[in-house]
Design a protein around this ligand. Structure first.
Ligand code: XMP
Length: 529
């Protein structure tokens, strides 16, 4: 790896002892779910695009391959396929939905086009004994979740039907000798009964994977990996005080001890008392070297007069980089830069037709420059958020750090609609503080995935103490979600909403009115800008 290069390849740096399942992504909305289910079983899984290279395949050494579903059809001339070396790689293969159709097509079966999509619940009956259904007391008939229009109508040579459903005779097939299996339904979604047992049978019974993907093993593996890479060098971590960078700090601390230096940049767009709290909490619970850089006036100066959300984000990202660059130069002899990139960031940034090793401009640090005088390490790059949280708990990072709601890199700037001023920031900080305090008092904080307040660019009439007031309007928003890609609104009881609104209007002088945002995602986003 050459120096001055921030972009690294997403290789498989797992120790050889870790069994893995390779998931080839054909663009299904459920691909991430397949990966998660397999990890829940205790087996490491990795998602790759359909055009992965033979050298990467050999490097990964998967013990099994899963072909995901997707919106494709084998009848399309420019359909997404998979290279021959993947299908000829001598490990068990499971095709799900479009993946099954691809297998049927490749091995000489027939797929029929149907103008009607079969979507939703269907009744599935096992026909022959197959290793896929052998363990876990899977009944003969159960409900499954379908989402397809094409279906397999003729089996490839040496394949047999192992299950049928209401609308398709060949709903599951196998070639037990070559260990190739196809399912028309989605075992990864919870609507499919016994789906996880089927995936368990594939990974454990058929592929022979060992359940080595445990939190303890992950921690050991990550620490060993950091030690091997970093050796005796110093590491700089841009810390935000959120769960991802806190867990990264704890892991690197375990690997390199005092050689870890954390930098926390105060953008002036943080929550009330956040600088003080982060400093106190991080120093107390993680015991790391922490440098705080107060760049608030720099950020506010650059944002003066700016109203457009995208321009705000860009300015904040660039300012962050400049500040980070300038300050990091003052720290001599630092060779490594650590980031808290997690797996969904990696997946989201690599489209199914891309080469997949692109790195997303990191959320927390607002996008670091491509050329930087550091080597990059991303210790939690392979993990989902819930896995990061489990690691945090295992490392005894206190709950208040692990269970914190996400806070966006651009901070309150994307929660103040229109121009940002010092006054609006301090109003929003007070409001946010009351809102969070009250949902904590009501025991709701951990039931809500993210709660936030938004400063609106309008004024409204109110009455206080017999006096007419013409003051700001604040929106409050609380959502429930697991992946933050979709979200439902949280049902905060009216009594609590009432208390929150009363306190805000009474305690924050320039606020006249509070509204509750009742928009799901989609169509809304979680943040307002
Ligand atoms: P949206 O608003 O896109 O947000 O529904 C989804 C999740 O991402 C967070 N978010 C960000 N986090 N930098 C961040 O670090 C950003 O620019 C950013 N924009 C949105 C948001 O808070 C939510 O958790």
């Amino acid at each position: 790896m050459s120096k001055n290069l921030l972009i690294i390849k997403q290789g498989n740096n797992l120790s050889q002892s870790t069994d893995s399942i390779l998931i080839i992504d054909f663009g299904s909305q459920y691909t991430q779910l397949i990966a998660r289910r397999i990890r829940e079983i205790g087996v490491y899984s990795i998602i790759q695009p359909n055009n992965l290279s033979i050298s990467l395949l050999k490097d990964l050494k998967p013990k099994g391959i899963i072909l995901s579903g997707g919106p494709e059809s084998v009848h399309k001339s420019n359909k997404l396929t998979v290279p021959k070396y993947v299908l000829d790689y001598d490990v068990p293969i499971l095709g799900i939905c479009y993946g099954m159709q691809l297998l049927a097509d490749y091995f000489g079966g027939k797929i029929s086009q149907s103008s009607k999509k079969e979507f939703g619940s269907s009744n599935f009956t096992r026909i022959k004994n197959s290793k896929l259904f052998q363990e876990g007391n899977i009944p003969k008939t159960f409900n499954v979740w379908m989402s397809h229009s094409d279906k397999v109508t003729k089996l490839p040579h040496n394949f047999r039907i192992i299950g049928s459903s209401t609308n398709s005779n060949i709903s599951a097939f196998s070639c037990e000798k070559r260990k190739i299996f196809g399912l028309q339904f989605h075992p990864e979604v919870t609507h499919t009964q016994h789906g996880k047992k089927i995936l368990h049978n594939f990974c454990i019974k058929i592929c022979g994977c060992k359940k080595t993907w445990t939190t303890k093993n992950k921690i050991e593996e990550i620490i060993l990996d950091i030690k091997n890479k970093v050796k005796n060098e110093r590491v700089l971590l841009a810390l935000s005080g959120g769960v991802d960078s806190s867990v990264v700090a704890a892991l690197i601390k375990k690997a390199v001890g005092e050689k870890l230096h954390c930098m926390f940049i105060n953008t002036g767009l943080l929550r009330k008392d956040e600088v003080r709290d982060v400093e106190k909490n991080i120093k107390k619970s993680l015991k790391v070297n922490l440098i705080t850089i107060d760049a608030a006036s720099n950020f506010l100066r650059k944002l003066k007069g700016v109203k457009d959300p995208e321009t705000k984000r860009k300015i904040i990202g660039e300012t962050f980089i400049r500040v980070f660059e300038k300050e990091s130069k003052k720290l001599k002899n630092i060779k490594y830069l650590a980031q808290g990139t997690i797996y969904p960031d990696v997946i989201e940034s690599s489209s199914k037709k891309s080469k997949s090793d692109v790195i997303k401009s990191h959320h927390n640090v607002g996008g670091l420059p491509k050329k930087f005088n550091f080597f990059l390490i991303e210790p939690i790059r392979k993990l989902f958020k819930d896995e990061v949280r489990k690691i945090g708990k295992e490392l005894s990072i206190p709950d208040y750090l692990i269970d914190r709601h996400p806070f966006p890199g651009p901070g309150l700037a994307v929660r103040i609609i229109g121009e940002i001023t010092k006054e609006k920031i301090s109003i929003l900080q007070e409001v946010d503080n009351i809102f969070i305090e009250e949902i904590k008092n009501a025991g709701l904080y951990n039931k809500i995935s993210q709660a936030l307040a938004v400063f609106l660019p309008i004024k409204s009439v109110g009455v206080m103490g017999d006096q007419r007031k013409y003051n700001y309007v604040i929106a409050i928003r609380a959502v429930k979600t697991t992946d933050f890609m979709t979200a439902n609104i949280s049902e905060i009881p009216y009594t609590v909403l009432n208390l929150i609104s009363t306190r805000i209007v009474n305690e924050v002088p320039k606020v006249a009115r509070v509204v509750y945002d009742i928009t799901s995602k989609p169509p809304g986003t979680i943040e307002w800008e």
